[in-house]
Design a protein around this ligand. Structure first.
Ligand SMILES: NC(=O)c1ccc[n+]([C@@H]2O[C@H](COP(=O)([O-])OP(=O)(O)OC[C@H]3O[C@@H](n4cnc5c(N)ncnc54)[C@H](OP(=O)(O)O)[C@@H]3O)[C@@H](O)[C@H]2O)c1
Length: 291
């Protein structure tokens, strides 16, 4: 009898073949029954549910995933832009896994200006994604880390016609011009350009303005919102979408919920229609204690 192949999900979320027993997050493939979790089954299954849709993306079925870590009252940073850190270390690790799984990471100019981030994969094994910076007017200083540290390729995305005003690019960056529409940069055109470069897994990492614009353009397949038990009061908002008059017209999302340290992670699947059970959240007996 042929033994089923054995696989393990590593810290970066990659599925790899293993030749030894590992009871922590060990998965096996059975041709009849599909993926099976061994050892700590619930933990392994959770990792599989969370990361497999990303790691299994292909050129035929690419994926764009967005992530935000927000307060209970819906903010991602204080008014001054301080966001270190809204969520706990477990969610930061999750974010690095997402970077390791993705070919490219997109952030807005506001985030680069406020944080001077590196956007590299440091907490887990894995490649650094290509950094895609939305800077329509080419206003970001070329001395910022993403343009200089040479840890990964950086693509500065500006509005058509603005690249000429910005010359020459910093040593570690490429410029990409995109047409604009009434909402700003044409994000559909940007996504086509990224796919053409072979970036099939794209992470939109923030901030709120950027994730909201991708969501509004219908370009997000998977939305990860980590909610931390902190009240910021006022500051940089997480998602902002055009208002709806009726609650029934608002977007209800098919989702799974994960506990991640003290945070609750919502993994929303925007490709699938809403789960009917979500429409009536107050069914008797529907509460479950997760902590
Ligand atoms: N907690 C978290 O998960 C998290 C994640 C990331 C960032 N942050 C924090 O969030 C804050 C920044 O977020 P934010 O929402 O204020 O700004 P942001 O989304 O980082 O950047 C917004 C800017 O990016 C450009 N941009 C984004 N989408 C565009 C589009 N469709 N068309 C044209 N330009 C576009 C515009 O640049 P121009 O202004 O040049 O036009 C826009 O003003 C920082 O304080 C950062 O620390 C928190």
């Amino acid at each position: 009898m042929t033994r089923p192949a054995r696989f393990r999900l590593d810290a970066a979320g990659h599925l790899g073949a293993v030749d030894h027993e590992d009871s922590r997050a060990d998965l096996s493939w059975n041709p009849l029954r599909g993926w099976q979790a061994n050892g700590m089954e619930a933990a392994a299954q959770a990792l599989l549910d969370l990361y497999l849709p990303i790691s299994s993306a292909t050129a035929e079925r690419p994926i764009t995933i967005a992530h935000l870590g927000q307060s209970l009252d819906g903010f991602i940073a204080t008014p001054s832009g301080d966001s270190s850190f809204v969520t706990g270390p477990e969610n930061i690790l999750h974010l690095h896994r997402l970077r390791a799984l993705c070919d490219a990471v997109v952030v807005g100019a506001g985030t680069v200006r406020a944080d001077n981030p590196r956007l590299t994969t440091r907490l887990v094994a894995g490649r650094n994604p290509v950094r895609v910076i939305l800077d329509p007017a080419c206003r970001l200083s070329p001395v910022l880390s993403v343009f200089n540290d040479r840890q990964a390729e950086t693509l500065r995305v500006c509005a058509m016609g603005n690249a000429a005003a910005y010359a020459p690019p910093a040593a570690g960056e490429c410029l990409l011009e995109v047409t604009t529409d009434e909402t700003g940069l044409d994000l559909s055109e940007l996504m086509r350009a990224l796919r053409a470069r072979g970036y099939q897994r794209v992470l939109v990492e923030g901030g709120g303005v950027t994730v909201s614009s991708f969501l509004q353009a219908g370009l997000i397949d998977r939305l990860h919102i980590a909610v931390a038990p902190v009240l910021i009061g006022d500051g940089r908002p997480a998602l902002r979408l055009p208002p709806q008059g009726r609650l029934q017209d608002c977007l209800r999302l098919r989702h799974r919920i994960y506990q991640s340290g003290n945070d609750i992670l919502f993994d929303c699947d925007l490709r699938s229609p809403v789960d009917a059970s979500v429409a009536n959240p107050l069914r008797p007996g529907s509460f479950q204690r997760v902590l």
